[in-house]
Design a protein around this ligand. Structure first.
Ligand code: BTN
Length: 291
């Protein structure tokens, strides 16, 4: 479905805008949605799908203009974002045809507490989907970076949309590197990889990748809604990139070091320090000595 023309920040690309991009053959959003629905099969009914050629940020679109609650998971995919956002105020760089960038708006029950561990849950779903596509060596770096053999393949940005009298929601924004431009250097991301490398050049169509991720998200969010993060904690721990390793957690203006013990029932990182076990709620994790 095409973006409504009344949406101020969504703009469809024209040929000139796209001239320099390594874009795939078809950029027609309607054809993309049709291919995605077909790949999803009967599960397509669970989603409201929208695909645009460009927007500032799919997360900003869904948090700024949350669609009406119709019991479906609303998904916005952008061929290109010109203001993609990452965790902790960073930007997220992507290129048409080189990256898959989308956000899914998921509503949780009114009156429920802030959903604990939700961002780790999105990481588990993404890891499972990529494993089913054949990617080996996937690990999760707290809170939710997806790594392959230590290099970042995908990032997740989870933002809450306050209810203001309506059902509260979370926007799960996901960026997956499909085929990065050769020799690309991304600020704040010293080690990156892409699906092309992870799958030895056999990258499925991006609609098939997205269908696999949406299927996993839907399944795992159903489990999460019923049983909370504790039901998915083991799945996260099994993929913990830094399990039992010496790490450094860098915050805004301080750092703490210790041994990574995994995560607790709320998704907080547990760190054994000289002072005892500490719960870490935010920060960037790196292997001690390598940061
Ligand atoms: C990170 O690793 O810092 C998180 C990156 C999240 C990027 C995705 S791309 C789709 C969605 N829209 C955004 O602006 N950000 C997320």
């Amino acid at each position: 479905m095409r973006a409504p023309s009344s949406s101020p920040r969504v703009r469809l690309l024209n040929q000139a805008d796209n001239a320099s991009a390594s874009a795939p053959a078809s950029l027609d959003p309607d054809a993309r949605v049709a291919a995605l629905s077909q790949a999803l099969g009967p599960r397509a009914e669970r989603f409201a799908l929208r695909w645009v050629e460009t927007c500032e940020s799919t997360n900003s679109e869904l948090t700024g203009n949350p669609p009406r609650d119709d019991d479906r998971i609303h998904v916005l995919v952008a061929e290109h974002q010109h203001g993609g956002r990452g965790r902790r105020g960073r930007s997220w760089q992507s290129w048409p045809g080189a990256s898959l960038t989308f956000s899914a708006l998921w509503r949780f029950p009114a009156g429920a507490p802030v959903p604990a561990g939700l961002s780790l849950v999105a990481g588990v779903a993404l890891a499972e989907a990529l494993e089913r596509l054949g990617v080996e060596g996937i690990q999760l770096k707290w809170p939710n970076d997806v790594l392959v053999h230590g290099r970042k393949l995908a990032g997740i940005l989870v933002e809450l949309v306050p209810g203001r009298g309506r059902t509260p929601a979370a926007v799960l924004g996901i960026g997956i590197n499909l085929r990065l431009p050769p020799g690309v250097a991304i600020p704040d991301q010293p080690a990156v990889t892409d699906l092309h490398e992870a799958l030895d050049g056999e990258v499925p169509a991006c609609e098939a990748v997205l269908a696999a991720v949406l299927e996993a998200l839907c399944r795992i969010l159903d489990t999460y809604a019923l049983a909370g993060f504790s039901a998915l904690r083991d799945a996260w721990q099994q993929r913990n990139a830094f399990a039992a390793l010496p790490v450094r957690i860098s915050g805004e203006d301080s750092a703490v070091t210790g041994t990574c013990l995994g995560v607790d029932e709320d998704g907080a990182l547990l760190l054994r320090t000289e002072a005892g076990v500490e719960r870490i709620l935010s920060g960037d994790v790196s292997l001690r000595g390598l940061s």
